[in-house]
Write a protein that binds this ligand. Structure first.
Ligand code: SF4
Ligand code: SF4
Length: 289
């Protein structure tokens, strides 16, 4: 249904997505681990749609790490588009559809998602795995946030990107000189390492997720506040901490969908030429294109 695919992509673009694609369902089922495959969540799924929205504005890259979790993230916009898209497909094509929850699997712990939105985006050809802990990058749009929709509508799948924009030529140069790319060099937790081959392509990527999580949890405002309150020696004072005006503001932001439950420190992306300087990573350039 080529016409349906065009209408779906048009909906995504009109509502603010920079890129959209359809992932190969058979590949998703093969690669995702049992319990986290599309059919585990939506048994009659026929197509997996992935969309991406722009990440940081150019100005946001200047913020300190502690503020990035609030100002840099636009994943909520991606989720909103996917939520609307599921209704759009049901209304226009009569095919049951669902916005794929981006949330963690409550049975599998705090770092295991119900579904890998990253895998969907990669297979749909709208992002490629980088040397910075597999963060997806796009040659035109740089760093994006992704969301997915499952639908019973049959759509022709797209192919993954043929060329990975990571490492960028300047990163290869730095690697040749120092043995490290910018993301590896400037990661404050030193949790990234890898190898670039003779052709300047990724040969191996190592990411110590536990070290990244341990370092960046200082920016996870809500768990931090709860931990401080619980650790308070005077129990009543702990309760007050949860209700003081600053914390109340955070609860408000969380309920409005702008919290800081999870965080990264963003230093690997702040120094990444693809994330920050891809041709259309800058919203002003995008507008001109
Ligand atoms: S988010 Fe921070 S700690 Fe994690 S890989 Fe990137 S630079 Fe390193
Ligand atoms: S800085 Fe960006 S482009 Fe360069 S190696 Fe790291 S992730 Fe890849």
């Amino acid at each position: 249904m080529e016409g349906a695919k065009q209408a779906i992509f048009e909906y995504c673009r009109k509502h603010g997505a920079l890129a959209a694609g359809v992932a190969d369902l058979a590949a998703c089922e093969r690669i995702a681990p049992p319990g986290h495959r599309p059919r585990d969540l939506f048994p009659r799924v026929k197509s997996v749609i992935s969309l991406g929205v722009g990440g940081q504005t150019q100005g946001a890259w200047q913020l300190p790490a502690k503020a990035m979790a609030y100002s840099g993230s636009t994943e909520a916009r991606a989720y909103k588009i996917a939520y609307g898209l599921a209704f759009f497909i049901e209304h226009k094509f009569g095919a049951p559809s669902v916005y794929v929850p981006p949330d963690m699997d409550p049975e599998a712990g705090p770092r295991v998602p119900l579904q890998s939105l990253k895998l969907h985006a990669e297979l749909a050809g709208i992002g490629a795995r980088s040397l910075a802990g597999d963060i997806l990058l796009h040659p035109q749009f740089g760093f994006m946030y992704y969301a997915s929709v499952y639908t019973e509508l049959e759509l022709e799948p797209d192919a993954p990107m043929q060329d990975n924009p990571c490492p960028a030529p300047s990163c290869v140069n730095l690697y040749r000189q120092t043995g490290r790319t910018p993301c590896m060099k400037f990661c404050p937790a030193q949790c990234l390492s890898g190898e670039v081959d003779a052709e300047g392509r990724q040969k191996m990527m190592r990411y110590d997720m536990a070290a990244c999580a341990e370092f960046t949890q200082q920016y996870e405002a809500v768990p931090k506040i709860l931990a401080e309150a619980v650790a308070d020696e005077v129990r009543s004072a702990g309760g007050e901490r949860l209700l003081d005006p600053d914390t109340k503001m955070l609860w408000y932001k969380v309920s409005a969908g702008s919290g800081a439950w999870f965080a990264q420190c963003f230093e690997c992306m702040r120094v990444c030429p693809i994330a920050t300087r891809a041709p259309q990573a800058d919203p002003i350039l995008r507008r001109k294109a």
